[in-house]
Structure formats: structure tokens, C-alpha cells
Design a protein around this ligand. Structure first.
Ligand SMILES: [Fe+2]
Ligand SMILES: [Fe+2]
Length: 305
């Protein structure tokens, strides 16, 4: 029997602060309204009505300290409980302030989603989604690196031959010129830095066709070997993009959409003014706009299965 078609939207980098806290950090202007817009679209008549689930790709909240992370995660949990479809989370650095693997920092995430929702797999029609927690890249020690690698290997080897979509907050592959991206993002976590992850993808990742990530607050896609890396800006930062992914028995199709223009807030751009005096560009993206949004073939593509 052919697998049924599965469609899902990805929610990443919402940076929602659905409840104020005494330690609340200044977040992204308008982020709550844009996060709420995306979540509300799965309702009847919405732009995402009919999706089977929402896949999270990290940075659902803004956080920055334990008290605010606790308050914001609890409020997020309350909002997600009202969704008419399942929400599958993936841990981002803002859920744990880069403290990947630290029980105290991870406890709000565990309370919201469960301890088994850091590294796990779910079926997605003809494919499966594997979720990997790499939220603390660059900040992780040896023990965490080994534990993370073990989780990754286990997920990659569990169902050989089943095409895989890997979801992890920090992208494995740079979707812009590596040196330019490092500079424009301005944090060392512009890609997953622990080399054993890419090595393992090469050795055990033959079933991985697509990697879905966030974190960079820009949109782009790059193909390396048989793997496509997709990053979308998410809702907090301009240009406020989110992807819709359809898995049929024959193909994975990705379509990147933008939030309604009246909700756009150009001040939230991480890769240009007002954070920097200039727009960033690279060889394949000669304007600031192309650098932020990606070219047409990065925003819509099909991967045959
Ligand atoms: Fe983010
Ligand atoms: Fe992030």
C-alpha cells in the first residue's frame, strides 16, 4: 500500500514571549503577534488549514534567563494545547540559553514537552522525521558531544532505507558563503560546529534527503551531495518566512511562504540595517534582499524519493 501524503508547516524562531516576567528580556518587536498569526493559521479557513502537524525547529521563546525561560515556556505550552493539530518540538538555543544537555536549563522544555522530545523520530508518510538537539553548538563539552552523537547514530540507523528529514535548530551546512555568513550572523554558532556530526551524516546518513533548521533568521537552501539543507527565517525576524513541506510517496516538496506584508517589521533584520550599517551579500546573492530571502530555487524545490 502506498504511503499517504503528509503535509506539515515548520515553526521556528518565533521568539514568543506570551507572558511577561520580571526578568523579561527585550525581544523582537511584534514577535508575539507574528507567532500567534502562524499558530492560528491551522484553524479552519487559515493558510495552514489541512496540515497534519506543525514541526517546530527551535527558538519558540526568547528566554535569556531561567526565570523568563520558565514563564515563557509555560505560556507557550498553554497556547500549543489549543492547536487543532499536533506540535512536534525541537530544542533551540533560546529554550536552554545554549546550555544543551544541562538538566536545570532543560527543565522548562521537559515540563512543556517531555524528556523524550529532544532526540526522537516520527513517521511522515513515505519518509520519517528525525529530530536532533544541537542547540548548544560551540558551547558543548566532550560528554555532551558523545551523548548527542550516540543519539544521532541511533536515529540514523534505526530504520535503514526509510528516507529521512532531519530537523535540528542549528544548520549542518552553510546556506550562504561560509565566511560572509559567519560575519553577518555575528555568532560562532552560524552552523553546527562539531565535526563529528557531519562525519556521521556522511557515514550513516545515506537516508537523509533534507535537513530543516532555523537559528540564522534568514532563508536559504543549499544542496551538498544528496542532501538539501533548508533554513527559514522564522517569524520573529524579517523577512518572516516559514516553509510548508509535503511528503508524497514519490517526493518531498518544499514551499517557503512569507507572513502577510502588513505584519513585516524590517527592524528585526539580523543581517543588515539597523543591526549593521550595510546590507550583506555574497556571490550567489548580490542584493541584501536576495541574501535574506534566498533565490527562487531556494524557496521552492522538490526532492524525488
Ligand atoms: Fe532564533
Ligand atoms: Fe537560535
Amino acid at each position: 500500500m502506498a504511503a499517504k501524503t503528509v503535509r506539515f508547516a515548520v515553526a521556528n524562531d518565533l521568539h514568543a514571549q506570551f507572558v511577561p516576567s520580571v526578568t523579561m528580556h527585550t525581544g523582537y518587536p511584534g514577535a508575539n503577534a507574528r507567532a500567534e498569526w502562524l499558530l492560528s493559521q491551522v484553524e479552519y479557513g487559515g493558510a495552514l488549514a489541512g496540515v497534519d502537524f506543525i514541526m517546530g525547529a527551535g527558538d519558540f521563546i526568547h528566554g535569556e534567563n531561567l526565570a523568563s525561560i520558565g514563564a515563557e515556556m509555560a505560556a507557550l505550552k498553554e497556547r500549543l494545547a489549543k492547536l487543532p493539530v499536533p506540535f512536534h518540538p525541537c530544542c533551540g538555543n533560546h529554550e536552554v540559553r545554549q546550555q544543551e544537555g544541562d538538566a536545570a536549563w532543560e527543565s522548562p522544555y521537559v515540563r512543556a514537552f517531555g524528556a523524550d522530545k529532544f532526540d526522537y523520530a516520527i513517521p511522515a508518510g513515505a519518509a520519517e522525521i528525525i529530530v536532533l538537539n544541537n542547540a548548544g553548538t560551540f558551547h558543548v563539552g566532550a560528554a555532551r558531544r558523545e551523548a548527542r552523537l550516540e543519539n544521532f547514530r541511533r536515529l540514523l540507523r534505526a530504520r535503514p532505507g526509510v528516507p529521512k528529514i532531519l530537523v535540528c535548530h542549528i544548520p549542518f551546512l552553510p546556506v550562504r558563503d561560509n565566511a560572509v555568513l559567519r560575519e553577518s550572523f555575528g555568532f560562532l554558532s552560524y552552523k553546527a560546529l562539531e565535526v563529528e556530526l557531519l562525519d556521521t551524516l556522511e557515514v550513516d546518513g545515506g537516508d537523509v534527503r533534507l535537513i530543516i533548521s532555523g537559528h540564522l533568521h534568514l532563508t536559504g537552501a543549499v544542496a551538498v551531495g544528496g542532501v538539501r539543507q533548508l533554513v527559514t527565517s522564522g517569524t520573529a525576524s524579517f523577512p518572516h518566512d516559514y516553509p510548508v513541506v509535503t511528503v508524497t510517496p514519490d517526493a518531498i516538496t518544499v514551499e517557503v511562504r512569507s507572513l502577510p506584508e502588513e505584519m513585516h517589521e524590517p527592524r528585526t533584520n539580523l543581517h543588515g540595517p539597523p543591526r549593521y550599517k550595510k546590507d550583506y551579500t555574497d556571490v550567489a546573492h548580490p542584493t541584501g534582499d536576495a541574501y535574506l530571502r534566498g533565490n527562487a530555487d531556494e524557496r521552492a524545490f522538490t526532492i524525488p524519493l
